[in-house]
Design a protein around this ligand. Structure first.
Ligand code: GLN
Length: 284
């Protein structure tokens, strides 16, 4: 079979199954099987596939039809212009989370050797992106999941920042060394924030991602509620806390970061949605 034929079949199957992106999914998976990029498919639509390639492709398309995200099937996802390894132990990095990294880099730019904590690092996308784009940053990447930290460590090595991204296993800021109390410049948090009652209504693809990375308890804010007092302990005066949220939680999330200890505002993402809580710790 030729590239063109297998693509047409896969796209039809994905479309029939209700996929919202059948064309691109079929292409990305075929490029993955061929070890090529999508442009190579357009350049050689008549290329003949081996039987083994056809079989591997069918297997991937079948999994995609079951709702397995493309990023888990290819084992990679682009974020902040970098190629990240992912697997089902970690949340797939989302484009809206780039807002947090951009804000972080803007806040850190005048500090030569800032101390950063990325809590709930998952794949390490946020921690590694910050370290890659700020050559002096030292980032403590924390996760409660050992399997996730293995992915984060692999991504730190892949991008040449392993000596500045320190992976720590544990709950929220518990594993951060006590000598960092009162000294951290910035804490980034993309913690689980989906309200548990919303789970049955999540898109099928998202339900393939780790519940540990998504479920934020009854109102979705349970994990952030526990984080804020811990963050106050580790930040230096004037240090910042960035928390990604669901736009529907914006008012409630603001109340977690109260005056007079905090100055706080909310930033919108590129689609205009309230997405990021930015808190400045004022001390006492
Ligand atoms: N934005 C994610 C979603 O699409 C939620 C991520 C999180 O809980 N941190 O469901």
């Amino acid at each position: 079979m030729r590239v063109r034929d297998v693509l047409v079949r896969a796209q039809a199957a994905l479309r029939t199954a209700g996929s919202t992106s059948p064309v691109i999914d079929a292409e990305v998976l075929l490029a993955h099987v061929l070890g090529a990029d999508r442009a190579a498919l357009y350049a050689a639509p008549e290329r003949e596939l081996t039987q083994e390639q056809v079989a591997r492709y069918r297997e991937l398309v079948a999994q995609r039809l079951d709702g397995v995200p493309v990023a888990y099937l290819t084992g990679r996802k682009e974020f902040m212009g970098l190629d990240f390894q992912v697997n089902p132990a970690v949340l797939i990095p989302r484009p809206e989370t780039e807002l947090m990294v951009e804000r972080a880099l803007a806040l850190l730019q005048d500090l030569p050797r800032p101390l950063v904590v990325d809590v709930g690092t998952g794949s390490g996308a946020v921690a590694v992106s910050i370290a890659r784009h700020h050559p002096g940053a030292v980032v403590y990447a924390v996760d409660i999941s050992k399997a996730a930290l293995e992915v984060a460590g692999a991504n730190a090595r892949r991008h040449g920042v392993a000596e500045r991204v320190r992976c720590l296993e544990g709950d929220l800021l518990a594993p951060v060394p006590p000598e960092l109390v009162g000294r951290v410049d910035l804490i980034c948090a993309n913690l689980p924030y989906v309200p548990s009652p919303d789970f049955p209504h999540l898109p099928r693809d998202v339900r393939h991602e780790p519940r540990l990375a998504l479920d934020g308890g009854p109102d979705g804010l349970g994990v952030y509620r526990r984080l804020v007092p811990q963050a106050a302990r580790f930040l230096r005066p004037g240090g910042r806390l960035l928390m990604e949220i669901d736009p529907r939680q914006a008012r409630e999330a603001l109340s977690l970061v109260p005056a007079p200890d905090w100055e706080v505002f909310i930033e919108r993402d590129l689609s205009g949605k309230e997405r990021l809580v930015v808190g400045r710790y004022k001390e006492g």
